[in-house]
Design a protein around this ligand. Structure first.
Ligand SMILES: Nc1ncnc2c1ncn2[C@@H]1O[C@H](COP(=O)(O)OP(=O)(O)O)[C@@H](O)[C@H]1O
Ligand SMILES: [Mg+2]
Length: 263
């Protein structure tokens, strides 16, 4: 069944300052959308607001996911519903090994213990399956197995943090994933590895919003729709050909258009 993330006339403020100024966009399963835009246009604000970061206040507009208004939901509730965010700046968490973290998030998403009563036998079986899955996913992202024992993102290079986000996406199997500049800080080989891992999830039950500043990753993840965001609004939407137009012309022509529209 097709599911959708519907963003309607969304206004978001951060510390009293309006950053998103009426953004409308629908992402369905089976579709890959890309949001491109200059630095500071509000791309990360959109990503964090969609996931429910408490600092990003929705002042008006709606966000529906699977037909349900999610604006008042906690981030973990949104994740359980099947929404996922790969952070532009993944946090380091001391004392929490990556493998254990992923096991915990997987259980939280798919198998919450009924009435808080853990089923030890089922858990052990699921854990052994999970270990196999994790090995496979880490291989896919070309990460050494030893990363599973290391504390979450602690001492990881920028590229390793981004790959760990994509491993997490594979474990969580979201219906709609938001990737916030997953390509930034990656060398070209890593971009290809990450893109391939995203492409592997492509299909009728998966949709994504690929946020990027550069067109490079879109050479490997072909978007169905491309949107340009400037100053908290989508100012232009199109198909993949828009990526090449931006590559040739930059963002300035659209910045000027956007200014003309407002004044
Ligand atoms: N937590 C925050 N506190 C203060 N200002 C913020 C915060 N997050 C974003 N902003 C401001 O919002 C604007 C958009 O930022 P951001 O969403 O990160 O843009 P992008 O991801 O497109 O580069 C910037 O002017 C930025 O300084
Ligand atoms: Mg950003």
């Amino acid at each position: 069944m097709t599911q959708a993330l519907e963003i309607k006339d969304l206004h978001v403020s951060v510390e009293g300052k309006e950053i998103l100024k009426g953004l409308t966009l629908t992402v369905r399963t089976g579709e890959i959308h890309s949001i491109m835009g200059p630095n500071g246009s509000g791309k990360s604000t959109l990503a964090l607001a969609l996931m429910g970061h408490p600092k990003y206040e929705v002042t008006s507009g709606e966000v529906l996911f699977k037909g349900k208004n999610i604006v008042e939901l906690e981030p973990d509730e949104r994740a359980r519903l099947g929404l996922f965010l790969a952070f532009q700046y993944p946090l380091e968490i001391q004392g929490v090994p990556l493998g254990r973290f992923l096991w915990a998030v997987k259980k939280a998403r798919f198998a919450p213990a009924p009435n808080g009563q853990p089923d030890k036998k089922a858990d052990a079986k699921a854990l052994s399956q999970f270990r196999k899955d994790l090995q496979e996913k880490m291989k896919l992202l070309k990460m050494d197995e030893s990363f599973a024992q290391r504390y979450l993102n602690v001492g990881f290079s920028g590229g390793e943090k981004k790959r760990a986000e994509i491993v997490q996406m594979h474990i969580l199997k979201p219906e709609i994933a938001i990737l916030d500049e997953t390509d930034s800080g990656l060398d070209i080989d890593s971009v290809k590895i990450v893109a391939e891992a995203v492409n592997q999830l492509r299909g009728p039950d998966f949709g994504a919003l690929v946020i990027t500043h550069y067109q490079r990753i879109l050479n490997f993840i072909k978007p169905d729709f491309v949107h340009v965001m400037i100053d908290g609004r989508v100012v232009r939407s199109g198909d993949e050909s828009l990526v090449h137009e931006l590559e040739a012309k930059g963002y300035d022509w659209l910045v000027n258009d956007a200014k003309a529209e407002v004044s």
